[in-house]
Design a protein around this ligand. Structure first.
Ligand code: PLP
Length: 377
């Protein structure tokens, strides 16, 4: 007997995922491919499952943040290119090679150290065009050229990251244009000096949504692939019809009656203003549901009603007020994060606790089982 849906679980809709892949692919310029960003457990959706399904849909480029994520994808049988976006200790060159992972060159010094390992490694060179996080400074043409000349380094790609592509403010648009212009002047300079350019990429989800005209070999899409925006109601140049992939669900384990004036939970943060019925859900911040949604900031869907979270969310439990849902009963499903009509959307919940969907979703994978829905095609 399966117990996956006894307590709390994540449901992922493969048909929504496929829909989003098609929506994204439809707007990619000719020759540009989707690189699916599946770091942090595919933003809480389950990296191996999601990547294998993406493979079946024809997606053959993936990005992860750390080498372990890449190794796990290979062990799950994922085919195609896997780029490690973050830092990997150069002493792990052998593993990069064995699992056929591509490593990001984070600066010139790193490239030299990696080359000195004497193990052939495929890389994408990251170029810093203004984010000032990882990358060789875009002005350093000779530094970039030097990496192409290294004996054990095979440069398969070169990319940069935009730092304000989500904003439609004039100064952010002009900053972004500067970032892309200097990236392309670097690639022009390299091409003029006789270097065959590798695959080039610039945009993440908002890069695509706001700068769809850029012509690259890849778009590195994360959050859009999972069918949500980072913030609710934001304005983007391109309006894709995206469908949320993840739902977070739990089950009522008991209903409790509270007399008017009695309190519930840690700190007695809730006091019943009327005779109340509260439902206890066995899910909490230990499952990734943010504690900052305590005290009516969060809402949960039970039997089609949006009911408030009451009192403080605990690590493993939370309470909701079902006084206005008289037929609510133990065993009912509660939708904590939904995909549309059925429950609160990730961007709204994230916004209610001062964050973005990306953070909310990526914290979701700790101990919840992932149930894959509608995966036949
Ligand atoms: C996480 C990440 C992405 C994906 O970003 P989304 O906004 O989720 O599309 C793309 N590129 C880099 C370098 C990243 O770290």
């Amino acid at each position: 007997m399966k117990h996956d849906t006894d307590r709390a679980w994540i449901e992922v809709s493969i048909s929504h995922l496929r829909h989003n892949v098609q929506q994204i692919q439809k707007v990619l310029p000719p020759g540009c491919e989707l690189m699916a960003v599946v770091k942090t457990g595919a933003y809480g959706h389950g990296a191996a499952e999601i990547s294998v399904h993406l493979n079946n849909m024809g997606v053959t480029a993936f990005a992860v943040a750390v080498i372990e994520e890449g190794i796990r994808l290979r062990e799950a049988g994922v085919r195609g290119e896997i780029l490690v976006l973050g830092y990997t200790d150069v002493r792990r060159a052998k593993e990069l090679c064995r699992y056929d992972l591509m490593q990001t060159v984070i600066d010139s010094d790193y490239a030299e150290k990696l080359n000195r390992q004497g193990i052939p490694v495929k890389v994408h060179i990251k170029i810093d065009t203004g984010m000032h996080r990882l990358g060789i400074p875009v002005e350093d043409v000779s530094g970039v050229r030097a990496v192409f000349a290294m004996e054990y380094i095979r440069v398969c790609g070169m990319y940069t990251h935009l730092c304000c592509a989500d904003s439609r403010a004039a100064e952010d648009i002009s900053f972004t244009q500067k970032q892309t212009a200097c990236f392309y002047s670097l690639t022009d300079a390299l091409a003029k000096s006789g270097i065959t350019l590798p695959k080039l990429h610039i945009q993440s989800s908002y890069g695509l949504l706001n700068y769809p005209e850029l012509s690259c070999d890849y778009v590195r899409a994360g959050i859009a692939l999972y069918g949500v925006h980072s913030f609710p109601g934001d304005d983007t140049k391109l309006k894709l019809d995206l469908q949320p992939v993840l739902s977070l669900k739990s089950r009522i384990v008991l209903i409790r009656f509270l007399k008017k004036g009695s309190s519930a939970g840690y700190g007695r943060a809730f006091t019943a203003s009327r005779d109340s019925r509260i439902a206890i859900l066995p899910a909490g911040y230990g499952d990734g549901y943010p504690r900052s949604l305590s005290c009516e900031k969060g809402r949960v869907n039970i039997r089609g009603h949006q009911v408030p979270v009451i009192g403080r969310i605990c690590m493993d439990q939370m309470a909701v007020d079902v006084t206005d849902v008289p037929d609510a009963a133990a065993g009912d499903t509660a939708v904590l994060i939904g995909t549309g009509e059925d429950g609160p959307l990730a961007p709204d919940l994230a916004d209610a606790c001062g964050s973005i969907s990306n953070e909310l979703l990526s914290r979701m994978g700790a101990r919840l089982p992932v149930i894959v829905k509608d995966d036949e095609y």
